[in-house]
Design a protein around this ligand. Structure first.
Ligand code: PHE
Length: 360
């Protein structure tokens, strides 16, 4: 017949294909071989195309051979691909290996410092969150009504003078806005929109026209408010004691409640702590004002004072930072002196948690 037996051609083709497969060095290479072999215009498909021009007998035998060849070549392709995939994965794992024993390289983050007020702020929020308090907020610019009147401080009340308030220019109707002199207006804002039980803290900035070593025109307070049907002064004392122990990171703190007066609480007290906790034995330091919320304040917010009661307190955050971290002059807190911040500031990575230590 003059034509070579087709099967010898196929054997040669198979040998070549298997050689190509074995020679593929990576996944892209094996894909190329696959397309050149089994693709539409690949060498096996080329053989398939011959079938159309063959006599039925010949076609049957040749078709079977080509099919068998195709099966073997496909298997070889698959097997080689698995080997190459394994090699690629091993190479990738080797190149991406992280040496977890290397020291941390902080970069610029390591140079930044958390301000002591921010630090103490975060510490307090952590402590009160653990006791089940939610965080509430109010604006720095307040109305007379919320900063004073609703807190049982009517017009002409002497406390208004004591607060050294920064007022804005009066509006046409005679009302005037002011910079809040304490965080207590957040008590009113909360009670006006929320039914008891209430358990919130409200940290924020407050303003008074005052400046010396322990006073700045702007400083920070944390207000706390608890209202329900049964909370009493004993609860207040317990909360304050636990708070101080947690904040100063001591097992025992000596506290003193001094009778005092705030128009919005009755009875009222100021709290001192024994300064030995911060290395000044024999001295007392005033840290906060507190008391049972005055019935008039509850009524001003639409709550029935016959049914509801509770306590409130306001802590000076900057004072706490001074005490805890032994910082003598409050004015330096706000002078933006980088040397001061490097000395008294905290690492960005030192996030206060009760479990991990607040300030360690
Ligand atoms: N608002 C008071 C102050 O700034 C502190 C305080 C808050 C007292 C809540 C009693 C209850 O001095």
């Amino acid at each position: 017949m003059g034509t070579k037996a087709p099967s010898s051609d196929l054997k040669k083709l198979e040998a070549e294909l298997l050689q190509d497969i074995a020679g593929a060095g990576d996944l892209a290479g094996i894909e190329q071989v696959r397309v050149a072999t089994l693709g539409k215009k690949g060498r096996v498909s080329e053989q398939m195309a011959k079938l159309g021009g063959m006599a039925p007998e010949e076609r049957k035998a040749f078709g079977q051979e080509v099919n068998e060849l195709k099966g073997r070549v496909s298997e070889a392709l698959e097997a080689r691909k698995i080997v190459l995939e394994g090699e690629a994965l091993t190479a990738r794992l080797a190149s991406e290996r992280a040496d977890v024993t290397l020291p941390v390289r902080l970069g610029p983050v390591g140079d930044g410092r958390i301000h002591p007020v921010s630090q103490v702020f975060d510490e307090c929020v952590e402590i009160f969150a653990d006791m089940g308090f939610a965080v509430a907020e109010g604006p720095d610019i307040e109305t007379d009504d919320l900063n004073f009147t609703k807190l049982n401080i009517p017009d002409e009340h002497p406390t208004r003078q004591e607060h050294d308030t920064f007022y804005f220019r009066p509006k046409a109707d005679g009302s005037r806005l002011l910079l809040r002199t304490h965080t207590s207006p957040v008590q009113i804002r909360t009670m006006e929109v929320q039914q008891p039980p209430i358990r919130i803290i409200a940290p924020g900035r407050v303003y008074r026209c005052d400046s010396d070593q322990t006073h700045t025109p702007m400083f920070h307070q944390i207000e706390a408010l608890v209202i329900d049907e049964s909370t009493h002064f004993g609860h207040l004392k317990w909360v304050l004691e636990e708070f101080c122990k947690a904040l100063f990171e001591v097992d025992d703190v000596k506290m003193r409640f001094r009778a005092s007066h705030f128009p919005f609480t009755e009875p009222s007290a100021e709290v001192d702590i024994g300064a030995e906790a911060i290395g000044k034995p024999g001295q007392w330091l005033e840290i906060l004002g507190c008391g049972m919320v005055h019935p008039n304040v509850l009524a001003n917010c639409g709550l029935d004072p016959e049914r509801y009661q509770g306590f409130a307190f306001g802590v000076g955050l900057d004072r706490m930072a001074m005490l805890k971290y032994g910082i003598p002059d409050l004015r330096a807190f706000f002078s933006a002196d980088l040397r001061w911040l490097r000395h008294y500031g905290f690492s960005v990575l030192n996030v206060p948690t009760l479990a991990g230590g607040l300030s360690s």
